[in-house]
Write a protein that binds this ligand. Structure first.
Ligand SMILES: [Cu+2]
Length: 351
């Protein structure tokens, strides 16, 4: 704190000295007014414009080269492909327009730099120019927006067609719990007021509701590949967001209401681990981990890729670690796994 105060005082003193020097300079009536730019200054600044253009192009190329590998691998959900295409087209358009307009902007700043005797041409308006720069962006943006709205409508259309699997995602500071609807595929009623930790009723399921007795509560999300899943999100405390980046899925979890999202996983965890991008990422990560392990840093064992459900709303101090593993497997493996889990009715009877 002391260092900070001293720093502020030093900065303020420096500003005061600078201001006083300026006042002194202005008070000298016979000076040659060196504040007005000469042709040489303007030319110099014109070249600096080009230097800046090269700098932003350079940093763009560098970012592509260095960070492209950080992007998510190919989408693992049925709707993910179209979502990614929309994103890609938007980025490509922005990239092209940005590259051209930046070049023009900096070139004209150089070309029409201040020069002795040069006077700006004045005209009030130019219908043709205004028409072009209004119509082209209107058509392009309208196309993107209409396509985006259509995609959004398709992705967020939650319906019960094709016999979806019903899964509840329950968020609380700072973990996730999943609940399967059981044999009847209907979730039992629930309410936070019914939460009874002593009886392990952590989700507040209504014991009197017969739909709830076959529900299955788990801490690891398993999904059958190729089957549509309808998620119903709840939150116990604050705003959370269920984010499943590999499936291009995200939905806020809001206390007091049920929100929904639906998608069909199309790649099993085993298949995703074979994806060239994922293989590369695992290799890179494990190289760093091996170096850390060699230096005795704890928790540096080799990492194996898994799908994740993470929280995407800053919900408190352990938000960063609010995650749940997702395993996508064959329908057969999934059914076997689910049959091994205890139902809500069974665990209530046991308590
Ligand atoms: Cu959270």
């Amino acid at each position: 704190m002391n260092t900070f105060l001293i720093l502020i005082v030093l900065v303020l003193v420096a500003i005061a000295v600078w201001q006083m020097a300026k006042i002194f300079e202005l008070s000298q009536t016979n000076s040659s007014n060196s504040e007005v730019a000469t042709d040489k200054d303007n030319k110099y600044n014109g070249y600096l414009m080009f230097a800046f253009l090269i700098f932003i192009y350079g940093i763009t190329i560098f970012s592509f080269w260095k960070y492209s590998k950080m992007l998510l691998p190919e989408a693992a959900s049925a709707h993910g492909g179209e979502y990614d295409l929309l994103m890609l087209i938007s980025f490509v358009l922005i990239f092209i327009v940005q590259t051209i307009t930046q070049a023009l902007l900096h070139y004209f700043a150089y070309k029409y730099r201040g020069e002795e005797g040069k006077k700006a041409l004045y005209f009030a308006d130019n219908d043709k120019l205004e028409f072009i720069w209004t119509i082209i962006p209107t058509i392009v943006l309208a196309g993107l927006i209409i396509w985006g709205l259509y995609t959004w409508t398709v992705i967020t259309d939650i319906n019960d067609e094709d016999d979806p699997l019903i899964v509840e995602l329950y968020a609380q500071q700072f973990n996730w719990t999943a609940r399967y609807a059981g044999d009847d595929n209907v979730l039992g009623d629930s309410n936070v007021r019914l939460i009874d930790i002593d009886k392990a009723n952590i989700l507040g399921i209504d014991e009197g509701d017969t739909y709830g007795s076959d529900d299955v509560i788990v801490k690891e999300l398993h999904l059958p590949v190729g089957r549509k899943v309808n998620f119903k999100m709840r939150s116990q405390d604050v705003l959370h967001s269920a984010y499943m980046p590999h499936f291009r899925a995200q939905m806020n979890c809001v206390p007091g209401m049920i929100t929904e999202f639906s998608f069909t996983p199309i790649k099993t965890t085993a298949e995703m681990r074979q994806d060239p991008d994922v293989v590369e990422k695992v290799k890179r990560t494990n190289k760093i981990r091996a170096e850390k392990a060699a230096n005795g840093v704890p928790n540096s064992d080799p990492w194996e890729y898994d799908y994740l459900l993470i929280c995407n709303k800053i919900c408190g101090k352990s938000h960063y670690n609010m995650q749940m593993k997702i395993i996508v497997e064959s329908e057969e493996d999934f059914n076997k796994w689910l049959a091994d889990q205890k139902t809500f009715g069974q665990s209530m009877a046991a308590n």
